[in-house]
Ligand binder design. Structure first.
Ligand code: ADP
Length: 872
């Protein structure tokens, strides 16, 4: 340490303050990174790792990037979850005495970036601030989700046993790129629920007394906010908001404080919470397999033309409405836009040219907007002028209300009168300000202009005076203005000419009057550039003061964009307007799966669906690949789309307003998680049984498939019984346990449906039609044939099946395949398990107890199998 250079000591003193971040340290034209940071960063940025002082015993690892290209590298670090400290030279090394002074100029973190190049325009970039407070039963969790790039600031809190799970679910939906926690405990408590967290996380020890929390929040949003949101009733949420604010303060984030829109709760009233698992299973915003937006419901419905619309549409998909009036208002608007293609075209033409005003605002408020962008903003605002006229004529109340955009004419006028139409990229080199805007600017420009005339005159005069015809006045960066005389004429040069530079064929001179003029010109130019920049900055401030109005306009435009997008989708895909009924009844005629129908090669076969109190649980059996999942998901998607105010893929749809939609899928092997997949399946099922009501829709796809047959069947059956007896939620249950179809006779409200198939020799043709009744075969071998399994395997499978069927008919033991097949446990034991399961009151046990019970029950069955194995 003691033989470190002063510069390295300076570096270490900065690094010490930010042990958790990568420090980029300016050394001339480079940002350098040292020690462990260098090792990590070189790998993350994919650059070479070298060493400093390599001839010494302990060379220091070093990685460096040129400053002019630094943004790309910094993005790489941020996208991998690192936080970055930029430490720059703050004095000119040429004039500095001793060590150059350096200061931290920016701290960048994945959750607080505002540069558009670093962000995906179609989604919010959230920083999640998480607090935990001790509560009555379990802990309280508070969350503030802040998108610094758009000014979105939302909070929520959860208490009770499931608090952590609920919070985790919300986080799964928001996909924050950075987490901050008040304490290590909060981080630990949440970790098991978050799975593998890729996002960067920080524990930011922040302990604020409730009074301080209140002060912070009120300073940001005004005194009223505290009462308006009844924040004293939400201490954890309020603390989370304060945590986020303090964190931004600590980062000295330039956008802090200024452009945040009002504080809101995450799920405002009148919205349906779609839990993360449902969203995933229904592929609402990304596909399960590839995690892509394309192929999801959102990808399909998104015909937005602005980034603001695209982000809002995601929220609409994730949080459908539950208030009939609001839904009908959206539907009215969509219908009007659908029926009036000319209006839609005009609106689309406008929206297409609109800037991302939300993100513009955050950069505006942090002083990172150039003159060109202000002119672009003016262009956008001008484009909006015809909107009021267009929307003013609309019948639908929502469209009509959107016409009330703030009046930006004064702002347009102001930008236009200050800035030239095509300003340069550089802000400090003049040329920004329009003629006539400032007398001083005009005067300084006149000096420069006059100087040109003066120089021409001067050149002419000197030619005459010296008699050198080829004498020429020129300018270069290093020497300024000069008089150039070619070599043959050097004899004619007057004595007062002072030589400055010798070229091959000529010499360059200056004179007193030329030098004087040069100083005047440079002085004026410097002054002009400075003044122009000042005027520009003042204008930028003036525009920034209008940020709240701009944000309001952004919100309106986003809504308009979503509505036209839904109309566009309705037209393209031939959707119909859903009707809502107060009855607890669901009737869909000719329903389709919106995504499958667009992507599948075969013609999509529409199906009907009817559910009411007498048919509230439908059990759908049928061979693999017949279309069960597609059918039950269609129903969920149709209901969800309807409640977001969209038209739906059906011929007719009469729907109840649902309070929740749940979709669960039986464990399959591609679920990658540390937990046993069956455990996950059960935990997910348990959460539905607690939360569903008779106004909910449950989509249960092969629940119980993640364990052995009898186990799975028992669980499936008991789950169905529970739903039927205790909950009354509309349930679509697909299964390959044909035995479950017996429930139709045993319990009211259960109806069997099956996927129609036609057998043609050994081939099975899927008709894709849903018909009443049950299927008694699983046709697995036929599917295997379709999948191209070798003939030998197929023939063997058929033989085994035949044997199994005969054995089952005779009730005898199997001879052919005793070890390969999973032999069923004795019925008695299975029934015991079933009985025990029936007796379980899932409402009263914690998830952990449920797991323990399940484990015990499973062991019982395994034991049974083991015993049998030994006998064999
Ligand atoms: P299952 O759940 O019965 O195994 P899926 O619902 O996964 O079957 O359907 C398998 C495939 O069949 C789907 O990927 C889709 O391509 C096709 N399919 C399903 N339903 C229909 C339909 N109604 N019309 C046309 N093709 C369909």
């Amino acid at each position: 340490m003691k033989d470190l250079t002063p510069m390295m000591k300076q570096y270490l003193s900065i690094k010490e303050q930010h042990p958790d971040k990568i420090v980029l340290f300016q050394v001339g034209d480079f940002f350098e990174i040292f020690f462990d940071d260098a090792v990590v960063a070189a790998k993350a940025m994919d650059i070479v790792l070298t060493t400093r002082d390599s001839n010494k015993d302990n060379p220091i690892p070093l990685a460096g990037v040129p400053i002019h290209a630094a943004d790309t590298y910094i993005n790489k670090l941020l996208s991998k979850g690192f936080k970055v400290v930029i430490c720059e030279q703050v004095e000119d090394p040429a004039t500095a005495k001793g060590l150059v002074k350096r200061e931290i100029t920016r701290i960048l973190t994945p959750g607080t970036v505002t540069d558009s190049e670093m962000l995906d325009e179609s989604r919010n970039n959230y920083l999640a601030a998480i607090t935990s407070l001790p509560g009555g039963e379990g802990a309280y969790f508070g969350l503030a989700a802040v998108d610094v790039s758009t000014g979105d600031f939302r909070i929520n809190e959860w208490s009770g046993e499931e608090a952590a799970a609920h919070l985790a679910e919300e986080l799964q939906r928001l996909q924050p790129s950075e987490y901050i926690y008040t304490s290590q405990e909060a981080a630990e408590l949440l970790r098991p629920h978050l799975g593998v967290a890729e996002a960067s996380s920080t524990v930011f020890e922040y302990k604020a007394a409730p009074e301080q929390v209140r002060t912070l929040i009120c300073r940001q949003w005004g005194e009223e906010i505290w009462e308006n949101l009844s924040l004293s009733r939400y201490p954890a949420a309020a603390a989370a908001a304060a945590l986020a604010l303090s964190y931004l303060e600590m980062l000295q984030h330039p956008a802090r404080g200024r452009h945040f829109r009002t504080l809101e709760f995450l799920a405002p009233g009148g919205r349906m919470t779609v839990d993360g698992i449902t969203a995933r299973n229904l592929e609402l915003t990304r596909t399960i397999r590839e995690g892509k937006r394309q192929g999801s419901l959102l990808g399909l419905l998104d015909h937005c033309l602005t980034a603001m619309g695209r982000r809002l549409l995601r929220l609409w998909v994730e949080q459908p409405l539950t208030g009939r009036q609001m839904i009908e208002e959206r539907l009215d608007a969509v219908e009007e836009l659908l029926q009036n293609p000319l209006l839609r075209k005009k609106l689309r033409d406008i929206l297409r040219q609109v800037l991302d005003i939300e993100r513009f605002c955050s950069r505006l408020c942090s002083g990172r907007i150039g003159a060109r962008e202000l002119v672009a903003l003016k262009g956008t605002l001008q484009k909006l002028e015809p909107l009021a006229g267009l929307l003013g004529e609309c019948r639908s109340s929502l469209l009509h209300s959107l016409r009330q955009l703030p009046d930006f004419s004064a702002l347009i006028e102001r930008i236009g009168s200050v800035l030239v139409d095509d300003p340069p990229l550089q802000l400090r080199e003049g040329g920004l300000i329009r003629e006539g805007c400032s007398e001083e600017v005009d005067r300084l420009r006149r000096i420069a202009r006059d100087a040109k005339g003066w120089l021409l005159e001067f050149e002419k005069g000197e030619r005459e005076r010296t008699g050198i015809k080829s004498l020429r006045v020129g300018y270069n960066r290093n020497f300024g203005y000069y008089i150039e005389v070619t070599r043959p004429n050097l004899g004619l040069v007057p004595p007062e000419y002072q030589r400055r530079q010798t070229l091959v064929n000529a010499e360059r001179f200056i004179t007193g009057p030329l030098k004087e003029m040069e100083e005047k010109i440079t002085g004026a130019r410097e002054q002009l550039c400075r003044l122009e920049y000042e005027i520009f900055e003042a204008l930028r401030e003036e525009v920034a003061a209008q940020a709240p109005l701009l944000q309001a306009a952004a919100g309106q435009l986003a809504r308009l964009d979503c509505l036209q997008s839904l109309a566009e989708a309705a037209e393209r895909y031939r959707y119909c307007r859903p009707r809502f009924t107060e009855e607890n009844r669901l009737r869909i005629k000719g329903g389709r799966h919106p995504v499958v129908e667009q992507n599948s090669a075969e013609r999509f076969v529409p199906n009907d669906l009817f559910m009411d109190e007498k048919a509230s649980i439908l059990i759908i059996t049928g061979p693999n690949m017949a279309g069960k999942s597609t059918y039950i998901r269609s129903a969920a998607l149709i209901c969800l789309m309807a409640q977001m105010g969209s038209f739906v893929p059906a011929k007719e749809a009469e729907l109840p307003i649902l309070d929740r939609i749940f979709a669960r899928v039986g464990a399959s092997d591609d679920l990658s998680s540390g937990l046993s997949t069956f455990m996950v399946e059960m935990r997910e099922t348990a959460s539905i049984l607690k939360e569903a009501t008779n106004r909910s829709l449950l989509i249960l796809d092969e629940i119980g498939r993640g364990t052995s047959t009898y186990d799975g069947m028992s669980i499936a059956r008991s789950v169905l019984e529970y739903i039927s007896r205790r909950i009354g939620a509309k349930t679509l249950f697909s299964t390959h346990y044909h035995e479950l179809t017996r429930l139709e006779e045993e319990l009211p409200g259960i109806k069997n449906y099956t996927m129609a198939v036609k057998e043609k020799g050994k081939e099975v043709i899927f008709l894709r039609r849903v018909v009443p009744g049950r299927s008694d075969k699983s046709y697995g071998i036929n599917v295997a044939r379709l999948a191209g399994l070798p003939l030998e395997v197929l023939l063997r499978a058929e033989a085994i099946l035949a044997e199994l069927e005969t054995a089952a008919a005779k009730g005898s033991q199997l001879s052919l395949v005793p070890l390969v097949m999973e032999a069923p446990p004795q019925d008695e034991r299975a029934m015991e398990v079933v009985e025990e399961l029936k007796a379980l009151d899932l409402n009263r046990i914690t998830p952990l107890e449920a797991l323990q019970q399940l484990y015990r029950l499973q062991q019982k069955l395994f034991q049974e199998e083991d015993n049998r194995g030994e006998i064999n």
